[in-house]
Design a protein around this ligand. Structure first.
Ligand code: ATP
Length: 265
């Protein structure tokens, strides 16, 4: 009985991590996101797909308030993480971004050493008490990003000296170093070659054991490979959201079907 309750709790912990209701985003007069409701499950990879300009990145950036940094951008509606309104006045966006990490399209390591790139977040958020603890976090994050073996002997070398694929894994290590609950990835493989892409995709699959991952991708093959759930956006609307297999094999909306069969986009 006790075990069952534990199992129930585990199951519900994997339910919804993020709940968005009635989200609208405007850039000046451009209505970029139109009344979007979505539930992002915990420990799951959710892919956002859709034609260029449909609002995938805009909606992704709502989830860690990155749009706050764009002066003409206005966000309405309600977005909760574990039931907490992330747009509440009391929420510090910098703290929020430690909980909701982000990896961008182009690898953007800081002009610092490999070690300092990964140590940056734990340092500014005061997450470790001493050098030994920081060393441990750096190693663990680099291992999680499948980069440790390649860089362990040159941690003091500049992060910018790594290959593109290694730099992107360094950015993933930097993002996971603050132990975020959610990892947002905006086309993380678009600047990578097929081998580096395969490595990052494999990594995404491993990351979902610990994080809720949301990935924007232009590649439907990538969405099909890495995600369990897929959201299809079109002209600022969330047209369809469901299990990835269903979206790709049995879409319910004609616009989704048109996109996945290559008729729009
Ligand atoms: N920083 C910004 N300032 C003004 N308008 C913006 C900004 N970012 C996006 N937009 C507008 O918002 C709409 C949605 O753009 P967004 O980049 O979110 O789409 P997307 O689906 O991610 O596109 P892509 O696949 O091409 O990256 C577009 O009309 C775009 O021009």
């Amino acid at each position: 009985m006790e075990d069952m309750r534990l199992a129930d709790r585990t199951a519900s912990a994997r339910e919804n991590k993020i709940t968005a209701r009635g989200v609208q985003v405007y850039y000046g007069t451009n209505h970029a996101i139109k009344d979007v409701d979505v539930d992002i499950a915990d420990r799951t990879v959710t892919a956002f797909i859709g034609p260029s300009g449909c609002g995938k990145s805009t909606f992704l950036r709502c989830l860690n308030r990155m749009n706050d940094t764009i002066p003409i951008c206005r966000v309405e509606g309600r977005i909760e993480i574990d039931g907490e309104d992330i747009y509440d006045k009391r929420v510090d966006p910098v703290q929020l971004r430690a909980r909701v990490g982000m990896v961008f399209q182009k690898p953007n390591p800081f002009p610092k050493s490999i070690y300092d790139n990964v140590a940056y977040g734990p340092r500014i958020h005061g997450l470790t008490r001493n050098r030994a603890e920081l060393d441990e976090v750096v190693e663990k994050s680099l291992r999680r990003a499948a980069l440790w073996n390649e860089v362990k002997d040159r941690l003091t070398s500049p992060g910018t000296g790594l290959s593109g694929g290694q730099q992107q894994r360094l950015c993933i290590a930097r993002a996971v170093a603050t132990s975020p609950e959610v990892l947002l990835m905006d086309e993380p493989c678009s600047a990578l070659d097929p081998i580096a892409t395969a490595q990052v995709e494999e990594l995404i699959d491993e990351l979902r054991e610990n994080f809720s991952v949301v990935i924007v991708t232009h590649s439907m093959q990538q969405a099909a490979r890495v995600s369990q759930r897929t959201a299809f956006f079109h002209l600022g609307n969330l047209v369809e959201f469901g299990e990835t297999g269903q979206i790709f094999t049995n879409p319910r909306d004609p616009r989704t079907e048109a996109y996945i069969t290559g008729r729009i986009g």
